[in-house]
Design a protein around this ligand. Structure first.
Ligand code: GDP
Length: 541
């Protein structure tokens, strides 16, 4: 069994596509799923206008706004690999959710809009990947349309993010004059697939769109003579630029890619699937397979040490016709078999895994077994919170998931005191899912929790779900705080009566948080309370 586990892990690739909204994340997800042989998606990749399946009440919010709030995983086979693609919400207000998904992947694909280059959300996400040392492949999308200059884009990424792009393809012609790409590494045919790490083959992959532009682009390989004959000046220019890249050491390098210092970069057009095959080949060839994860004490859990995983997402009532709770587990080690008994590290409870599923969008399949890198949804896993570890056999506990620095605070007011019990249950549920951070202050008491969020839409989701799922009407009164710092019990005591700030406890982890209106107040607090513990929270990593 052991070597079987290692072999199954070695052929897993688990990654997420991340981008600023509108860069083409839904489009490329769909293209990847079509390219690969989807084995457990049941065709439910959610495109925007055409959303399939049953959605729960509050999810109508995302339909109304055309945003994607929920995220799950899609699994497909490509070449001899099993690819797990984790979905992330597009809207910046749910970036906390995206950050949590990033704890469950081994690599990320960053999508840029060729005409826009780096956008605010791109910068934040790159930052998170760099902080967490997640290897990133960059896909510069929409190259079929007028775009920024390729060299400029490369320079922009390097100077603004500090990760050096190492283009593995390079565009021939730009904008409406896009001719194709040269492959700066070999994507040669080998064992039924293509290897992205071989020597470069002279020539180019021609981009051609069918008349009318409705269908997918063809990607035909032209040898050097054919490329010269058809696109002489453009091809030569691309070659010159490619040589220039080699001179500045922007060639693919596996070591610096894996350590997150360089990002192999592709140019393509997801809409017509151009470059998508190259992206998949690259993922299969160079993205890391699941490796031994460190537990909370810093010692690695061997892949073959028996089943273990952690909850990176938990969601109740995703489907109006089911009304249940799903916990999404990233398998870290061992062999998962449906029905096995597992232990929750945090509460030392045991539970059955009879109802294990895969899920993407609203389609569900039963999953009978899973290997490191896979994502399993456990149905009715009540009591499992985001960040919890489950295992079978040798005990393990993975580090808690990072809680992100909130930028919005609001007091949650319930109006019908006869529903106090349900209100508490609802709040506990949403807190366990990580929908918002729930805080309490001595000043306000238990009846008025304060919610803290990265984006205000998290508040709207909370209120909508309290109403829809717990029948508790509530409102939020915004509080005048914009940031938070961590302090200790003594600091919390000292700041109890400090003007302009408020001290909270976070039951989730027992932390003491100080909410502040602006960063100047931090300085005055530091001056007024010598020796006070005041530490920044994680801002995206
Ligand atoms: P998301 O918000 O990142 O999920 O972006 P979508 O996948 O919804 O794409 C946003 C818009 O860009 C849609 O109108 C897509 O059809 C369009 N789009 C995506 N990829 C391409 C591409 O390669 N070329 C062109 N021209 N348009 C694209």
């Amino acid at each position: 069994m052991s070597s079987h586990i290692a072999a199954e892990a070695a052929r897993r690739r688990t990654f997420a596509v991340i981008s600023h909204p509108d860069a083409g994340k839904s489009t490329i997800t769909e293209a990847l799923a079509l390219y690969g042989r989807a084995i457990s998606s049941a065709g439910a990749v959610h495109g925007k206008g055409d959303r399939k399946g049953v959605v729960s009440d509050w999810m109508s919010m995302e339909q109304d706004r055309g945003i994607s709030i929920t995220s799950a995983a899609l699994q497909f086979e490509y070449r001899d690999c099993v690819v797990n693609l984790l979905d992330t919400p597009g809207h910046a207000d749910f970036s906390e959710d995206t950050y949590r998904v990033l704890t469950a992947v081994d690599a990320a694909v960053m999508l840029l809009d060729a005409a826009k280059g780096l956008e605010p959300q791109t910068l934040k996400l790159f930052e998170v990947c760099r902080a967490r040392r997640i290897p990133v492949i960059t896909f510069i999308n929409k190259w079929d349309r007028p775009a920024k200059d390729a060299l400029e884009l490369i320079e922009e990424i390097e100077t603004r993010i500090g990760i050096k792009p190492t283009p593995v393809t390079w565009p021939v012609g730009v904008g409406g004059e896009f001719r194709g790409v040269i492959e700066r590494v070999g994507f040669g045919e080998e064992s039924g697939g293509r290897r992205a790490t071989g020597p470069q083959v002279p020539g180019m992959v021609r981009y051609e769109r069918s008349p009318g532009g409705q269908q997918l682009a063809t990607a035909e390989f032209l040898d050097e003579a054919a490329a010269m004959a058809q696109f002489g000046p453009d091809y030569e220019r691309a070659q010159e630029e490619s040589e220039l890249l080699s001179e500045v050491e922007a060639d693919f390098d596996p070591k610096t890619f894996e350590s997150g210092q360089t990002t192999p970069t592709l140019f393509g057009a997801a809409l017509v699937h151009f470059g998508v095959g190259q992206l998949l080949d690259l993922l299969v060839d160079i993205a890391p397979s699941p490796f031994s994860r460190e537990d909370a004490k810093g010692s690695p859990r061997d892949l073959e040490d028996g089943f273990s995983g952690f909850v990176f997402k938990s969601q109740a009532n995703m489907n109006a016709s089911h009304r249940d709770q799903l916990a999404f587990i990233r398998v870290c080690s061992g062999h998962f078999e449906r029905g096995m008994q597992v232990t929750q590290a945090q509460g030392k409870r045991t539970m059955s895994t009879k109802y294990a599923q895969t899920l993407f969008g609203s389609a569900r399949d039963t999953v009978d077994e899973a290997w490191p890198g896979d994502i399993v949804g456990l149905v009715n896993a009540t009591g499992l919170s985001v960040g919890d570890t489950i295992y079978a056999g040798k005990a393990v506990e993975y580090p808690p998931l990072p809680a992100f620095a909130p930028e919005h605070f609001g007091a949650l007011q319930m109006h019908d005191t006869s529903k106090a019990k349900r209100f508490r249950r609802g709040i506990a549920q949403l807190d366990a899912e990580g929908v918002v951070q729930v805080l309490y202050s001595e000043r306000r008491g238990e009846a008025t929790p304060v919610l803290a969020a990265v984006g205000p839409l998290q508040f709207e989701v909370t209120v909508a779900r309290l109403q829809a799922e717990f029948d508790v009407p509530a409102t939020i009164n915004n509080l005048p705080f914009k940031l938070a710092r961590l302090t200790d019990a003594e600091g919390a005591q000292r700041l109890r009566t400090a003007p302009g700030v408020e001290v909270f406890t976070r039951p989730r982890d027992g932390a003491h948080l100080v909410a502040l209106p602006n960063k100047y107040r931090i300085q005055t607090i530091v001056n007024d309370y010598p020796g006070l513990v005041l530490e920044p929270l994680l801002a995206g990593g």
